[in-house]
Structure formats: structure tokens, C-alpha cells
Design a protein around this ligand. Structure first.
Ligand code: SF4
Ligand code: SF4
Length: 136
């Protein structure tokens, strides 16, 4: 692939249902906490499950993510890195087959402006750097 097309479709949250766990960096935690007007400690206690190597959102019983609302992401300007970088994740964008397979549930793939593959790969590298445990 030399170039791809992508534009996120307003109001679509289909990737939120597909992401599985939503992992956070320390910066993600601080940004999301500030966005909802909480301290990082209070936000973590309420929404985050932390292990020795990683942090992820606790999953509420009745939906995929605590911040998933009818019209989209309730913390959109401060959503975690993995949500912001999707669908330019290394495991998706580095192979044409996975890119095409992801298009089955992401209606933004194949639409919008042409994006040079180098630009998409820069975002993929950002994703890789943010979650070293995931990509080692
Ligand atoms: S599935 Fe694709 S189009 Fe829909 S919100 Fe996610 S990135 Fe945007
Ligand atoms: S934080 Fe927002 S974008 Fe990420 S999974 Fe939750 S609702 Fe979706």
C-alpha cells in the first residue's frame, strides 16, 4: 500500500466495541482525569485497573466502555492513545489484509482524503511507543 483513505465517521462507535481492553499510558490517565474534572488518583480508583506493567479501563457490566455514550465517546478530546490512533495500529496498517479486514467494521476505511502510508506508519509508531508491553 502506498496510500490509503480514511476519515472517521461522525457518531460511529463501532471500533469501541471491537477494541477489547482499552489501555492507558500515564499521560492518558492524567489527560482523561483532567477532562472530567477529577484528580488522577480519583479517576484511577474509579475507572482504571492497574497491574505491574499496564493500566486499562475497568469494563462496566452493561457496556464496552464507561465513556461510550449514544452519540460517541464522552471523553473524545482526551481519549486514550489507542483510541486516538485507531485504525493506524501496527497490526492493522502494516498489512493490507488486516487493513481490509478492519474495514468490515470501520466504515471510515476507504473513505476521505488520501493519506500517505508514511504518515499512517508514524501514527503506528506512536501507538507502538505508547504501549511497549503490547508490542514487545
Ligand atoms: S469504527 Fe472507524 S469510523 Fe467508526 S468511530 Fe471507529 S475509527 Fe471512526
Ligand atoms: S475511551 Fe472513548 S473512544 Fe475509547 S473505547 Fe471508550 S468510548 Fe471508545
Amino acid at each position: 500500500m502506498n496510500a490509503i483513505r480514511f476519515t472517521c465517521q461522525t457518531g460511529c462507535t463501532q471500533c469501541c466495541d471491537q477494541k477489547g481492553n482499552v489501555y492507558l499510558t500515564e499521560a492518558d490517565l492524567k489527560r482523561a482525569a483532567a477532562f472530567v474534572g477529577m484528580t488522577a488518583a480519583a479517576f484511577e480508583a474509579k475507572y482504571v485497573y492497574r497491574t505491574r506493567h499496564e493500566m486499562r479501563f475497568r469494563k462496566p457490566r452493561n457496556k464496552q466502555c464507561s465513556f461510550l455514550e449514544g452519540h460517541g465517546c464522552g471523553i473524545h478530546p482526551a481519549k486514550p492513545t489507542q483510541c486516538r490512533t485507531f485504525p493506524f495500529w501496527p497490526e492493522i496498517v502494516e498489512r493490507k489484509e488486516t487493513w481490509n479486514r478492519t474495514a468490515h467494521y470501520c466504515p471510515g476505511i476507504g473513505k476521505g482524503p488520501l493519506i500517505q502510508i508514511g504518515t499512517a506508519m508514524e501514527t503506528a509508531e506512536e501507538q507502538r511507543r505508547a504501549y511497549p508491553e503490547m508490542y514487545k
